[in-house]
Design a protein around this ligand. Structure first.
Ligand SMILES: NC(=O)c1ccc[n+]([C@@H]2O[C@H](COP(=O)([O-])OP(=O)(O)OC[C@H]3O[C@@H](n4cnc5c(N)ncnc54)[C@H](OP(=O)(O)O)[C@@H]3O)[C@@H](O)[C@H]2O)c1
Length: 307
């Protein structure tokens, strides 16, 4: 009999999500056993394929958390409740339940934790834009990790490059508020690769990285570059913010989704340009720390047309 040690699984919370599915794919590609907690095992199987173990459950259930942690070696936290159906429970899903996971993790023998947070949580920006409610959970979780004895790493993620494509409609890029002069974005493929490498390493303890693609772009520039690759004209259109603001305020008592969307759009439009100016340095640090080929906007356009 060979004396091979069986590797313990890495638990990816939010492993079916926009970023999470790429984390799972990268880990599977490296031959590591992966476990995904999902509220719907059938859909999760379609999203992540045959290889990962899927636990059907809900992060708000202690039983699901305990089952998910049992026998795992590390956790990637990529859970989000920013959906119409779940937004009401955002504090329970994204904060209280994740805090419970962090509390249970040492008892379950978890060795590594990687948390996907916001790109940069700077107090003056949060204060100036009145985004306390929007940023509070991420701040609290980062603080909880700092105070813990866990071997943790925080990955502050820029918005997905998907943002540019989500705003394309019939030959136009329609952007609420018009966007900032420069915005960092990142391909979800790169987030997946970096997060997978991060959770497999134990020399990144207590470090925080800003995950961005190679450059910060304006929306008109992104439209021009996508147009050049696809050889199709794309007009840039700035949409007024006021209707979204009014709709968000009116809907807020019934469903706070639009309010959260409005906060995200507000942050995007007022993205601090001194932080955008640091993108080359943040990106250089990623290249020095992780082994991957960064995805440019042009590469992302080509990936999408191949799908
Ligand atoms: N997307 C971005 O542009 C962006 C930018 C900056 C930071 N981030 C951060 O990246 C992380 C992931 O974001 P994302 O956009 O990839 O999220 P997403 O696509 O909305 O995915 C949400 C994930 O959370 C899981 N989930 C939601 N409620 C759950 C519950 N009650 N129990 C168990 N799982 C639950 C979902 O799993 P099931 O549906 O399978 O149950 C899904 O896998 C978040 O921490 C977010 O703050 C994202």
């Amino acid at each position: 009999m060979t004396n091979q040690t069986v590797k313990k699984p890495i638990l990816v919370l939010g492993g079916t999500g926009h970023y999470g599915r790429h984390i799972v794919r990268s880990l599977v590609g490296k031959g590591d056993p992966v476990r995904v907690l999902s509220r719907n095992a059938t859909i999760a199987r379609q999203v992540v394929g045959d290889r990962p173990e899927i636990i059907e459950g809900d992060i708000t259930s202690f039983e699901s958390v305990r089952t998910s942690l049992n026998g795992a070696t590390a956790i990637v936290i990529s859970v989000s409740a920013l959906k119409w159906k779940t937004i009401r429970h955002i504090d329970l899903i994204e904060r209280d339940s994740v805090l419970k996971v962090l509390e249970e993790a040492p008892k379950a023998g978890i060795e590594r934790v990687v948390y996907l947070s916001g790109y940069q949580l700077r107090e003056d920006v949060i204060e100036g834009l009145k985004l306390h409610q929007f940023a509070r959970t991420m701040q609290e979780l980062e603080a909880a990790l700092s105070k813990s004895n866990l071997n943790w790493t925080v990955l502050g993620c820029a918005p997905s490059m998907e943002l540019f494509f989500a705003m394309l409609r019939k030959g136009a890029m329609m952007v609420p508020g018009g966007g900032p002069p420069a915005l960092p974005t990142i391909s979800p493929v790169d987030v997946g690769e970096i997060a997978a490498q991060a959770v497999l390493r134990d020399d990144l303890r207590g470090e925080r990285f800003r995950l961005t693609g190679p450059e910060a772009l304006s929306f008109p520039e992104a439209a021009r570059r996508i147009s050049a690759v696809t050889d199709r004209p794309i007009k840039f259109k700035r949409m007024p913010l006021t209707p979204i603001k009014i709709a968000a305020a009116l809907m807020r008592p019934f469903n706070p989704f639009l309010q959260h969307l409005f906060w995200a759009i507000k942050l995007m439009n007022h993205f601090p340009q001194d932080i955008a100016a640091e993108v080359p340095a943040a990106h250089q640090l990623l290249l020095e720390t992780f082994d991957y080929v960064p995805t440019t906007l042009e590469m992302e356009v080509r990936h999408r047309s191949e799908k």
